[in-house]
Design a protein around this ligand. Sequence first.
Ligand code: GLV
Ligand code: MN
Ligand code: MN
Length: 413
Amino acid sequence: MLSINRERFKENFSALANIGVMREGGINRPTFSNGHFKAREWFKQKTIDAGFKFKVDNAGNHIARFNCPSSTSPVLIIGSHLDSVPNGGKYDGALGVVAALEVLQTVKDSGVILPYHLEAIDFTDEEGTLVGLLGSSAVAGKLSEMEIANPRGNQDVLVDGYTKLGLSPSTILTSKRAPESIAGYIELHIEQGKILYEENIQVGIVTKIVGINSCSVTFLGRADHAGTTKMEDRLDASQGASSFGLTLFNRIKNNYPACVVNIGKMVFHPGAFNIVPEKVVVSVEFRAPESRQLDEIKFDLITVAKESAKAYNLKVEINFLGKHPPVIMDPRVRSTIKRVADSLGLKSREMPSGAGHDSQSFARICPSGMIFIPSKGGISHSPKEFSYWKDCVNGANVLLNTVLQGADYVQLY
Ligand code: GLV
Ligand code: MN
Ligand code: MN
């Protein structure tokens, strides 16, 4: 079986891991930050140096392309993302992008002729510091005007970022491709959980990806002097927000064992030790394996928010911000990954993903699959994120050979 070039892969991964690095070792490349732009520039330069066609589409996705001889063939896309969560790890997304480029180089060097074009793509804003799966859902035609107009992150950053790229948010949706032009999508990623690590298994084959909803919940009260206003006289937005958070956590823990909820941010206004907060904005994300559960949690969340506001005589506003439905990964791609792992002598198992991925966008329109490798201790979205290099190399070789075996699963119209 063909193998990737370990040294080149390592050199590229290490170069990228130095971009946007914090003093404590974390990676800080939120979408359209300086670090993110530098990482994307690195990818562009590598693509050009390697002799591939380079293109930026209207969603700002950075695309390296290796054409097959037949111009009418569809394209098999491999990729991931170079943006990171604030102070995240160096493997999340980056591993998949570097591996995708390495696969293109290995295929090109080998002289193998495939019946589909190959693209390695660095997708814009996978992590959702702005929208989430922005670039991939735009290409898959699953992004809405609403999600661009009402991002869960900072709208100014979104507009400024696209302007810096010489693009505009108003044309993002034109990056949609005809589904029949896409033969399939494959992504390599770290697991970001501890199943593979604890079971000492080298390859995870993703069966399905969790659905994700986000919303901001705003409690509105009245600003007052924190020293002179009696506890019973306050319209304290922080009390409503606190009650909402704890009640919601318990509701999910007790009623939805397979689901999770996260409050990643609470912003207090005006925000001072000695002012009763008149407004608290709570950033909430919830995830579930089934769409039905997402709907049920949404209903419960609205109920809990209203009850919490009522208990403290507050007003509440809820703004739902984008939704990524759960998806099933293609059974043919899964069995190809399994066969490739077996041939390489690697232990593998099927598993669901609790993290969102760009493959989630493509699974809705073409045969898609994901390859996981172990994350030490299951830690991710943290500077402590770590994967052993031999596992990264194994993952890249599984990716390469799954791409080469595309005839088993791609859609050729
Ligand atoms: C991406 O890593 C996500 O699941 O939020
Ligand atoms: Mn990721
Ligand atoms: Mn991530």
